[in-house]
Design a protein around this ligand. Structure first.
Ligand SMILES: [Zn+2]
Length: 81
């Protein structure tokens, strides 16, 4: 289950500390109000939870991330790098 980070849309919240994390099923609608103080909140896009890939991965980066890198040599022939 992913952890979502929320923060109040205006100002601080004394009840939840201004920012809180919530474990929520993916198919659940995003939270719109703080469960503690009922202030409107918005989801914080956290880079650690949903990394955006801005540029293509290099072979070594892909390997470090645990991928097997295959390079196409011929029709139907792949070499594992
Ligand atoms: Zn709150």
């Amino acid at each position: 289950m992913p952890i979502y980070e929320y923060e109040p849309e205006n100002g601080d919240c004394k009840t939840c500390g201004g920012r809180f994390e919530l474990r929520r099923p993916v198919d659940r609608a995003p939270l719109t109000a703080c469960p503690l103080c009922r202030k409107p909140v918005s989801k914080v896009v956290s880079l650690t939870h949903s990394p955006k890939i801005a540029r293509p991965l290099s072979v070594s980066q892909a390997k470090n991330a645990g991928f097997s890198v295959l390079q196409r040599r011929d029709h139907g022939v792949y070499e594992k790098l």
